[in-house]
Ligand binder design. Structure first.
Ligand SMILES: [Zn+2]
Length: 423
């Protein structure tokens, strides 16, 4: 059918369209009408549109999905960022809060934040009654006695559209206090609610000295048998004890391969603990992340105009000063040798599958909601830094320009977008 006389609300003209879900990879024009993708054609230059946007030289993908956000603003204290700064104003259309809202606090997340934000907001609900207050600052709020399986299962079921999984932590500070009890209860919530379990790896709380203090290696050995296909291990590249790399051998823990063979998925959960050295070791061992996840929060980024002092920030084990966001993390995956197609998949098609929303988001297809990200791949010499003092020079930097969210154009003007650092 000729598109010459068709009229659209918006046409994105001349971009490189990359859509791992469908295998589409090439120059296409995209027509959007009524908040939906109405056409993807090699040439819509003769079609009518209220707004024609030239995206030549830009990369056009399905709306990016950040699988690890901390956006329960105000309720999680300084930890929770303003959703749209992390989301649409960074060209990211969908945010998955990891463990901020809980069975007791999800009402605020839904009614005070998600309803007034332009970004699509979903969550992996915290397994703890209080959720992720102030980034889990006080361990005693996250003990087995501060959990309730029935309450959590009921609320997860009642909020099925928003709650896409359950969040828990496997880390030696908690294990030194309560053993594996918290993890077992988190798994039970996930099992009864028929949702995947997302596990944070890497130390979060200081260990207590009395009793049997498990090693990080013992902990991951005990954890993996609790996990099912579709559950998620996060922070594989952490420089903190307890990630994928054994502190004893310096190699990827053998049980990680057992978990992956069973269908357990890997989310990068970049954060401030991302380490190039660990990432290289894990990737060289053949492990591939399924999803990316930026893991930005108030202790690892500075929000201009909001006075979190350096002292406040460094009180957190997740403090960091190396600037990053989702597109910087994408640039790092490229620098580490992943292909552009693999990298785009970690923020589009794969997270959509993780969320069991692959029929709605994560792919550019006619008839779908017009959540579309437009980024530019800058060429030059750029410096990427981690918080262990390693700098990597790369020649490609993914930089966000704008997104369409349900067809509406929103500029990527977030103050959380780090400027390019030229090497
Ligand atoms: Zn996190």
């Amino acid at each position: 059918m000729s598109m010459d006389n068709v009229s659209f609300d918006t046409i994105l003209h001349g971009g490189l369209v990359l859509d791992p879900a469908t295998g589409r990879n090439g120059m296409f024009d995209i027509g959007v009408t009524g908040g939906r993708v109405a056409a993807i054609e090699s040439d819509l230059s003769k079609a009518q549109a209220s707004e024609k946007i030239d995206v030549s030289g830009k990369l056009v993908t399905a709306g990016m999905i950040d699988t690890h956000a901390h956006i329960y603003q105000h309720v999680t204290g300084k930890f929770g960022l303003e959703p749209d700064l992390v989301g649409v104003r960074s060209a990211v259309t969908t945010l998955v809060d990891q463990g901020g809202p809980s069975c007791m606090t999800i009402g605020g997340f839904k009614n005070f934040l998600a309803k007034k934000s332009d970004s699509r907001m979903l969550c992996y609900m915290s397994c703890y009654l209080v959720g992720g207050l102030e980034g889990h600052l006080y361990p005693e709020l996250h003990s087995p006695s501060a959990m309730n399986i029935d309450h959590s299962v009921r609320v997860a079921r009642e909020n099925r559209a928003m709650v896409r999984g359950i969040k828990g932590h496997a880390e030696i500070g908690g294990a030194s206090r309560w053993g594996l009890e918290v993890l077992k209860m988190a798994k039970e919530i996930a099992r009864q609610a028929e949702l995947p379990l997302y596990i944070h790896l890497g130390q979060m709380w200081p260990s207590v000295e009395e009793g049997d203090v498990p090693s990080a290696d013992e902990l991951i050995r005990a954890l993996v048998p609790l996990m099912d296909p579709g559950d998620v291990l996060s922070h594989p590249f952490t420089r903190h004890p307890g990630g994928f790399v054994s502190m004893d051998t310096g190699e990827v823990h053998p049980i990680v391969f057992e978990a992956l063979a069973r269908g357990v998925l890997v989310d990068v959960g970049h954060g401030s603990h991302f380490s190039f050295e660990m990432a290289k070791r894990v990737l060289d061992a053949g492990v591939r992340p399924f999803t990316l996840g930026a893991d930005l929060h108030g202790y690892n980024v500075s929000v201009p105009g909001e006075g979190l002092s350096d002292a406040d920030r460094s009180a957190s084990p997740f403090a960091g000063s190396a600037p990053f966001n989702l597109t910087v993390a994408m640039s790092e995956l490229l620098a580490l040798g992943l292909t552009l197609d693999e990298t785009v998949a970690t923020v589009t098609s794969n997270p959509a599958k993780l969320l069991k929303m692959e029929d709605e988001i994560g792919s550019l297809q006619v008839g779908r909601v017009a959540d579309i990200s437009v980024v530019e791949i800058l060429n030059g010499r750029f410096k990427l830094s981690d918080n262990s003092g390693v700098d990597v020079v790369t020649d490609k930097l993914v930089f966000p320009r704008f997104c369409l969210r349900e067809g509406r154009k929103i500029e990527a003007d977030s103050p959380l977008i780090p400027p390019p650092f030229y090497a």
